[in-house]
Ligand binder design. Structure first.
Ligand code: C2E
Ligand code: MG
Ligand code: MG
Ligand code: MG
Length: 284
């Protein structure tokens, strides 16, 4: 399923490469000194049912504004947290913040939280997260955890066991960035999945690329066959929405519907009817 990318086949040691390594070092240093509770925050991106325009839930996305190095993109600080052994603690901090948001929303609004590769193979982190969820009083049936295909494939048995522990509490399991990793299809049946998220890279050229279209069609069929909800990420245009609906996709996420929002923004939206279709028509 993976789109081939041959850029990775040559390694070039350039000044740029060295600068990147230094940058990671600086980020790791700032992270070790950080007050995670105070400096980390979450924004929330709606997942929309394109049939009704209703917001079914939000994905929590981490943001870090460091007093030492400024704003750092999540890809970079998650990697830094994994490398410096801080990821478990960071995920726990983010989980608490996310659950507080879920508390503030109506009971029928779902919450999706990303776990890192390291989290899902750490029994201790999973113990901690399950405790935090239990103590929060938020109904676990409202929650989804998102793990990437790559994360699961790295240590399949251990990842599977830990996913089962979330599933046993009634928490949904979403496979994130689906189609970008290197994996065979038969393992999908062995995981306790409830959602499959089609990666944005297949959406970008959906109108012009027959290969992307047939990959999306395959993933939609696969989701149906294994009883999963299919969610498509990275919807930016009206054309993409139409194309994806023709391909049988109903749950959508992307800038077309809404950018990630602060908790306050999500709350002001919920005081109105949460009609993302209407909002989208205004901008599209
Ligand atoms: P992801 O989980 O696949 O999240 C989707 C990313 O796509 C988010 O980027 C989101 O802002 C962005 N996005 C959403 N709609 C659109 C669109 O229409 N167009 C474009 N171009 N982008 C869109 P973000 O927030 O920068 O996060 C990047 C990645 O960092 C996430 O990918 C996830 O892998 C990781 N991440 C973010 N927050 C967390 C977290 O709390 N924990 C962990 N472990 N990873 C996180
Ligand atoms: Mg995600
Ligand atoms: Mg994703
Ligand atoms: Mg992604």
């Amino acid at each position: 399923l993976a789109k081939q990318n041959f850029r990775g086949t040559t390694v070039v040691f350039s000044a740029e490469h060295e600068a990147e390594i230094n940058e990671q070092g600086r980020i790791q240093q700032a992270l070790r000194a950080a007050d995670l509770e105070a400096e980390m925050s979450l924004v929330f991106q709606p997942q929309v049912d394109a049939d009704t325009g209703r917001v079914s839930g939000y994905e929590a996305l981490a943001r870090w504004e460091s007093p030492l190095v400024g704003a750092v993109p999540p890809g970079a600080f998650i990697r830094a947290a994994e490398r410096s052994g801080l990821i478990g603690r960071l995920t726990e901090v983010l989980m608490r913040k996310a659950l507080a948001a879920a508390h503030a929303w109506p009971d029928d609004v779902r919450l999706s939280i990303n776990l890192s590769t390291r989290d899902i193979v750490s029994n201790r982190t999973v113990d901690g997260l399950l405790d935090i969820i239990a103590e929060s009083g938020v109904d676990p049936a409202r929650l989804d955890i998102e793990v990437t295909e790559t994360a699961v494939m790295r240590n399949f048995e251990l990842a599977r066991e830990n996913l089962m522990r979330f599933k046993a509490r009634g928490i949904g399991i979403a496979l994130d960035d689906f189609g970008t990793g290197h994996s065979s299809l038969n393992y999908v049946h062995k995981l306790p999945l409830t959602k499959i998220k089609i990666d944005r890279s297949f959406i970008v050229d959906i109108a012009t690329n027959e290969l992307s279209r047939s990959i999306v069609r395959t993933i939609v069929d696969l989701s149906r066959n294994v009883g999963c909800v299919c969610v498509v990420e990275g919807m930016e245009t009206h054309e993409q929405v139409l194309a994806l609906r023709r391909l049988g996709c109903r749950m959508m996420q992307g800038y077309y519907f809404a950018r990630p929002q602060t908790l306050e923004e999500t709350l002001s939206r919920h005081s109105l009817p949460a009609d993302a279709t209407k909002a989208a028509r205004k901008t599209g």
